[in-house]
Ligand binder design. Structure first.
Ligand code: ADP
Ligand code: MG
Length: 672
């Protein structure tokens, strides 16, 4: 019954979205015409034969050749999936959603019926769904409950070259599932690995020399220009390059600029709009494209501009391979990317802006040659390019593995013998197991078994640290607050502070601020949002992001459902906010920092984290300018740019750590 209801809800959701998201941009004939022009179309007969013949295959093709949108449809047209469904994984949530919408439109059906998508906190599928786009993380979650993935007859692991941790683990899961289904004489599982250009040999070996099929792309030459001198400030260099080109190239040439994240994109967008008022050149439309952007806004990117108007797309690396924008003739590549990296030994996790690989550089440049010859302007020197690594380090070698290891153990898979395509650093496995043990998720870190607590933790679709926060909340009488806070932390930035109204936004923010830091401030905003009646209007007045706050409400609801299933008592700590911070510490004890040196040091107080890294409070934190600096802090995230910053920070009492996580506190003191 629960399922049936979920489906109805989902379908309604889907319909609602469809009317909103799919204005008549292209008529259905145009869509069909466009499909017939894709490289996949002309070889579809042979492709189907190959897919029929092999149980596992690797399919390589240029971005834009039609792999992601066409191949699942093609398989469905020929009903190769039989009674099962086709799962297509994407490393990125936005890609899964926008592609599912596109495919539903191409098949002229509503989203959530034959074609659906499933991403964290949002399941738009039904029993009818045959073509299911999903994030790799979601399929991995499904594998806990059903390691044989029995509901699927075909699993397509797409964007394999991105080598996310989840996709890497899925390589192994599908391999094992296929083998076991064969042995048990269950319905066979077909596996297709799809990717833009990649290191094929590793994959072939891993899949016992399975066949590799190359799809020919249709690309035009792209002229590459490198910067002559090293650029100190890539944002500034990007804006300069945009306007130099803007003054000299025809308006029909659209630009694609690669930047690292939402904030940076917003800043550059504002600067472009300001300068454009006076700069020579045709009128422009600037379109942002990043993961947190609502699907409707993303579609702007594919909307034609009126004749004589130039489109400038400011994108993160999601435009590198996951999505294709056909009209781009000019790529401006800053050569950087925001990456989550992690130091296994110290347990410090960080977001870092780093230079991207040569492979990424070629991918980016390639975006300019989709429909005609184009040009790519690299804002770094040729020597710099040559010195870069050929491929990016797979995520598994630079990310915290605790969430993944917990999932593996929950799926009954022994993490130490699991056949991964690439062995993660031993340090990193060790420290992740240690963390899981200190969180109370596993009984020991040598031959780990899930504890009762660990089993509960694995039921939450969030980082085990935050799952622990929710599970300890009843003890601190604060599940009400913990749910709201974790929901907000699972969403994108809820504050909206446009460049030109920074000061005004800052003033308005004051009324939400808690002297104890960002977590309670976020909670204050969330509570006020829930009380507000005209929410959209209220958000606008308070410089808050309505979409992200609404999303947080949905997330909270889903987390609440899990808590209720676990019979957790939902109560509120009221004004005793200390309780909430202690509760937060019970999951985030590895994220503490202590003041070093005298109070009131210049240029922001320097803190030292539990892992020994020196860092300061980020300027966006409400604690940034607080003096005297609090002696101990708890942070949600660490960011590395030119300096190391602590993001989303709260004041804690130093002695709490010993009360809340004695084992870790001892280890931490011993190492200092
Ligand atoms: P691949 O997976 O091989 O990179 P895709 O199947 O994602 O290729 O895309 C094939 C083509 O479909 C793109 O080149 C683009 O022209 C078109 N396309 C894909 N998604 C959309 C969309 N949301 N809106 C309009 N066109 C799209
Ligand atoms: Mg694709």
């Amino acid at each position: 019954k629960e399922n049936a209801q979920a489906n109805i809800h989902v379908l309604q959701n889907g319909k609602e979205k469809q009317t909103k998201v799919l204005p008549k941009i292209v008529s259905s004939e145009d869509i069909q015409e466009a499909r017939r022009k894709l490289p996949v179309y002309s070889v579809r007969g042979r492709l189907i034969e190959e897919i029929k013949k092999h149980q596992t295959m690797i399919l390589i093709g240029e971005t834009g050749s039609g792999k992601t949108t066409q191949i699942p449809q093609l398989i469905h047209e020929y009903r190769l999936e039989g009674n099962g469904a086709i799962a297509i994984t994407q490393p990125r949530r936005v890609a899964a959603i926008t592609i599912a919408f596109r495919v539903a439109a191409e098949m002229n059906t509503e989203i959530g019926a034959i074609v659906g998508y499933c991403v964290r906190f949002e399941d738009v599928t039904s029993i009818k769904t045959k073509v299911k786009y999903m994030t790799d993380g979601m399929l991995l979650r499904e594998a806990i409950l059903d390691p044989l993935l029995k509901r699927y007859s075909i699993v397509i692991l797409d964007e394999a070259h991105e080598r996310t941790v989840s996709t890497d683990v899925l390589f192994g899961i599908v391999k094992l599932a296929q083998k076991e289904r064969n042995e048990k004489k269950l319905n066979p599982l077909k596996v297709i690995i799809m990717s833009a250009t990649m290191d094929v040999d590793t994959f072939r070996q891993y899949y016992d020399n399975c066949p590799v099929i190359y799809l020919e792309g249709r690309t035009y030459p792209v002229t590459i220009y490198h910067s002559k001198m090293k650029q100190e400030d890539y944002q500034y260099a990007a804006v300069c390059t945009i306007f130099q080109l803007h003054a000299t190239t025809p308006s029909s040439h659209d630009f694609l600029v690669f930047l690292t994240g939402q904030e940076e994109i917003e800043t550059v967008m504002y600067n472009i709009k300001q300068i454009a008022k006076e700069a020579p050149g045709p009128p422009i439309r600037v379109c942002p494209l990043y993961a947190g952007l609502p699907a409707q806004k993303q579609l702007q990117v594919w909307k034609d501009t009126p004749p004589g108007m130039r489109k400038i797309i400011l994108a993160t690396n999601i435009a590198e391979a996951s999505v294709t924008i056909p009209t781009i003739k000019c790529v401006i590549d800053t050569g950087v990317v925001k990456e989550r990296t992690w130091c296994g030994a110290s347990g410090a996790e960080r977001l870092r802006v780093s230079t991207c690989s040569q492979a990424a550089g070629w991918q980016r440049a390639g975006r300019a040659g989709r429909t005609a010859a184009g040009a790519a302007y690299r804002l770094y020197t040729a020597a710099d390019f040559a010195a870069r690594p050929l491929h990016a380090t797979p995520e598994i070698a630079r990310c915290p593995l605790a969430p993944t290891i917990l999932l593996l153990i929950a799926a009954g898979i022994e993490p130490n013998t699991f056949p991964l395509i690439e062995t993660p650093p031993l340090d990193s496995v060790k420290s992740s197991l240690l963390l899981l043990k200190e969180l109370g998720a596993i009984d020991n870190d040598v031959n780990p078994k899930l504890t009762t607590l660990g089993k509960k933790m694995s039921m939450f679709p969030i980082d085990p640290k935050y799952a622990k926060v929710l599970l300890s909340a009843p003890e601190y009488n604060c599940l009400e607050e913990a749910l709201s806070l974790v929901a907000v932390l699972s969403s994108e930035n809820i504050f909206y502070s446009p460049m030109h109204k920074r000061e005004e936004a800052f003033k308005v923010k004051q009324k939400f601020i808690s002297p104890l830091g960002d977590h309670l401030t976020l909670l204050n905003v969330y509570k006020a949002f829930c009380k507000a009646t005209l929410k959209k209007q209220w958000c606008k007045e308070n410089f808050l992001n309505h979409k992200n706050l609404s999303y947080a409400c949905e997330v909270r609801q889903q987390l609440l459902t899990v808590c209720q299933r676990l019979n957790l008592s939902v109560s509120s700590c009221g004004p005793a906010t200390d309780q909430l911070l202690k509760c937060l510490l019970s999951g985030l004890f590895t994220n503490c920092a202590w003041l070093r040196g005298g109070p009131g040091m210049a240029a922001g107080a320097r803190y030292v984290t539990g892992a020994g890294a020196a860092a300061s409070v980020h300027p966006a934190s409400v604690l940034h300018a607080v003096r005297p600096s609090p002696p101990a802090l708890l942070y949600s995230e660490m960011l590395h740019t030119r300096r190391t910053y602590l993001l989303t920070v709260s004041v804690i009492q130093p002695q709490w750590l010993h009360q809340v996580a004695p084992e870790y506190a001892r280890r931490c003191r011993a190492s200092r």
